[in-house]
Design a protein around this ligand. Sequence first.
Ligand SMILES: [Zn+2]
Length: 82
Amino acid sequence: MQKDKHAMQPMRFEIGDRLRLRKQHPCGSFDWEVVRLGADIGLRCEKCGRRILLPRIEVERRIKQVLPRLAKMEIDPFSEDE
Ligand SMILES: [Zn+2]
């Protein structure tokens, strides 16, 4: 049997997943949150909040690390300060 590096199972994203990409946002952050799913993946920069769309294949290529999801905070005293 040959070792096939390409036989990775397709990556599945979910809304709220946090990804560290090799792509650096101009603001300096590498960390993104998945905010939209589809042929293009919507990502929100965790630092400045800007949203981008990247084709799924590009996202998969650029992932450096999948970050642990943040615990969902139902009560966030700072959330009104958008
Ligand atoms: Zn940013």
